[in-house]
Write a protein that binds this ligand. Structure first.
Ligand SMILES: [Zn+2]
Length: 281
């Protein structure tokens, strides 16, 4: 019968097309599952009936796969042990800091909104001598307040905190309005890199600050990298190219590579790679 014949012929392409859709859906699911995104594929597949037996299996298989590749990881970076050794910061020093911040950044607050971590070394041999320097509040570059840092990491790995994390502190020209300062006791980058307890403590402290304040890896810099920070800002022209030699780019690349490895364990977003710019100098 011509009518029946035509009807049967028109069914074949439809069946072929249906089979192709099923095959494509299945293939796509397998490919996605092998990448560890089976739960995504299961949610995306519209499940026209025969996808339903595969759907419940999807979350089961990628989950153990994902956990074996990363291991049992804590979501939170452990807070390092921090010894409080506050330096005097009386109202006069706060007033000096407020005037400094207004003069150099045009901002009328000393409350720190941190986006950058700057690493330094003390160029001395002891925690106490460094603490004395920062406590003394002596003029630096002819201006008050004196230099300062949020943390000092001693050669044995002990971490000392000198000022509250909510307070701007004068350690890096161009960045004091938005940067934490960390000083390693020592005479060179290499000395700190070659001291495992001190390096380990420094990295743990940085990682904890990165997670706590959402600071990107690219903004963990050495003092010597200050001029190429996108956050660098200096209203006083004679200081626009002022920096120090502590923690140069090559040594900070070593530090950042270590941090990147550690940050992955805690699923910290690393942000884009650093793109050096030089807005002021
Ligand atoms: Zn420095």
């Amino acid at each position: 019968v011509p009518g029946r014949h035509r009807h049967r012929r028109s069914l074949i392409p439809a069946l072929v097309a249906f089979a192709a859709i099923v095959a494509l859906a299945g293939g796509g699911f397998v490919a996605a599952r092998s990448l560890g995104h089976g739960h995504v594929a299961a949610r995306e597949s519209p499940s026209p009936g025969q996808a339903s037996p595969a759907t419940p299996k999807a979350p089961a298989s990628p989950t153990p796969h994902a956990s074996t590749s990363t291991g049992p990881t804590p979501a939170t970076v452990p807070q390092p042990r921090i010894v409080q050794r506050p330096i005097p910061f009386p109202p006069e020093r706060r007033a000096e800091m407020r005037a400094y911040v207004k003069r150099h950044y045009g901002i009328d607050t000393i409350h720190l909104d941190p986006h950058v971590i700057v690493l330094h070394f003390t160029a001395g041999t002891s925690f106490q001598s460094a603490w004395n320097t920062f406590a003394a509040n002596q003029p630096d570059l002819g201006e008050l307040p004196g230099t300062c840092t949020h943390f000092i990491v001693d050669t044995d790995g002990t971490i000392y905190q000198l000022v509250p994390l909510s307070l701007m502190c004068r350690h890096t020209v161009g960045l004091n309005y938005t940067a934490f300062g960390i000083e390693d006791v020592g005479q060179s980058d290499q000395e700190v890199l070659g001291n495992p307890p001190q390096l380990h403590a420094t990295l743990g402290l940085i990682l904890w600050l990165m997670q706590g304040f959402g600071i990107q890896l690219r903004n963990v810099i050495g003092h010597n990298e200050s001029l190429t920070s996108p956050y660098h800002k200096e209203l006083y022209a004679p200081w626009r190219c002022q920096t120090h030699s502590d923690w140069n780019h090559a040594d900070m690349e070593i530090v950042r590579a270590d941090l990147a490895r550690m940050a992955r364990r805690y699923h910290l977003p690393l942000g884009p790679p650093a793109t050096p710019v030089n807005p002021n100098c």
